[in-house]
Design a protein around this ligand. Structure first.
Ligand SMILES: Cc1ncc(COP(=O)(O)O)c(C=O)c1O
Length: 378
């Protein structure tokens, strides 16, 4: 699909869909249409129509995720979803939250803050790499479970390493053991199939503005019904007393622009019209080909097999100054991609979205070669 269907700067080799997503022109104009409609009669829009409009948008999203409309709420982003879950739990001193060393920094900070206030303990486990077996992953994680484990917090697709974690199996086993699960699906919907009924997490939060290509500021939080009464909104607003449902307590949080939420159905329609399963498979193949060549270039081992990543992958690069590498890739080659320091190692993370072509990969390979990020440096 041609890049001109998106609003992206054609001069940039954009290999970082993962950080903030990118919205197609047609979806973005629907978003702006909602904003114009709101401004035309704000009281009609926010005072009388909004609840029905949000209900309709949540119904479409819930259908896409195989969930029930009133078990999920819109949130501005996955960070908000993790915050709602983490702050609502009534943690006691000594309770343990088990996670991995692959989680997103802002969410690590959220849990660490909650632990600092409650006396709970945030326990990060390292997972054997390369990730090639779901069973091995689950065993490695479970070795960290103790009688004090109250919560397992896990990314569905990790931020620094772009790995797909086996959340269905983890959630099933956690439920059997009476442990709550909080799954961070910031990168999952739109990149891989997300079936919330199958995953059956206690809390699952995700973004629509990354891989579903919705406008920025559209995420969701899905909560199992038995927990909905004790989930606290981040802001207390009118809905807290006026309604008495999970949605009413969470949904209206003062005056703000709901246009990104209302555009989620248009983003889903865009994915359907463009046969997204086919797109995902093609992007995956492009990603496999590029990753193989990058691994050959750097001479460093891959982080996982082909089944544990999809449209985004991370490869290790030989030691160099990360800030300089990132700046030179951008300034000299117009390549946008994240350079990540993780566990004393240096990574680059590559996103392949529908607008990327093999030519983008060629440019990256050429740039890394010219910058000396190759096996010979090691
Ligand atoms: C695993 C993970 N969780 C949470 C986030 C935060 O997403 P947002 O900034 O949309 O809240 C990210 C962002 O990249 C992420 O990778």
């Amino acid at each position: 699909m041609h890049k001109s269907l998106f609003l992206l700067d054609p001069q940039i080799v954009f290999l970082n869909h993962g950080s903030f997503g990118a919205c197609p022109r047609s979806v973005f104009s629907i978003y702006q249409g909602w904003q114009l409609e709101l401004e035309r009669q704000p009281v009609e829009f926010l005072g009388r129509r909004i609840e029905g409009l949000l209900d309709d948008a949540r119904a479409v999203l819930a259908n896409y995720l195989n969930a029930e409309r009133d078990d999920l709420i819109f949130v501005p982003n996955a960070t908000a979803g993790v915050n709602i879950a983490a702050r609502s739990l009534r943690l006691q001193p000594g309770d343990e939250i088990l996670t991995t060393t692959h989680e997103y920094g802002a969410c690590d900070t959220t849990w660490e803050r909650v632990c600092a206030k409650t006396g709970a303990v945030y326990k990060k486990r390292s997972i054997p790499l390369p990730l090639v077996s779901d069973a091995e992953f689950v065993e490695a994680l479970w070795a960290g479970v103790t009688p004090r484990t109250r919560v397992i917090y896990l990314s569905h697709i990790t931020s620094p390493t772009a790995l797909i974690f086996p959340v269905v199996e983890v959630c099933r086993r956690a439920r059997e053991s009476g442990i709550l699960t909080v799954i961070d699906g910031a990168h999952a919907p739109g990149q891989i199939r997300v079936d919330l009924s199958e995953i059956d997490a206690d809390f699952y939060t995700g973004n629509c503005h990354k891989w579903m290509c919705a406008p920025k500021g559209a995420g969701f939080l899905h909560v199992r019904r038995e927990h909905q009464t004790w989930v606290e909104p981040l802001m207390t607003s009118w809905g807290y007393t006026h309604g008495d449902t999970f949605v009413s307590r969470q949904q209206m949080q003062g005056t703000r622009d709901p246009a990104a939420y209302l555009t989620v159905p248009a983003a889903i329609q865009f994915l359907r019209e463009h046969h997204w399963e086919h797109v995902q498979a093609e992007c995956h193949q492009q990603a496999i080909d590029l990753r193989d060549r990058l691994v050959t270039l750097t001479g460093l081992p891959a982080l996982c097999d082909n089944d544990h990543f999809r449209q985004m992958f991370t490869v290790a690069v030989p030691p160099t100054d990360p800030a300089v590498l990132k700046r030179r890739l951008y300034d000299e080659f117009r390549i946008e991609l994240p350079v990540i320091e993780w566990d004393d190692r240096l990574f680059i993370r590559v996103s392949i979205q529908v607008y990327n072509t093999p030519e983008d990969g060629e440019q990256l390979l050429l740039a890394l070669d010219k910058l000396g990020v190759t096996a010979q440096r090691v």
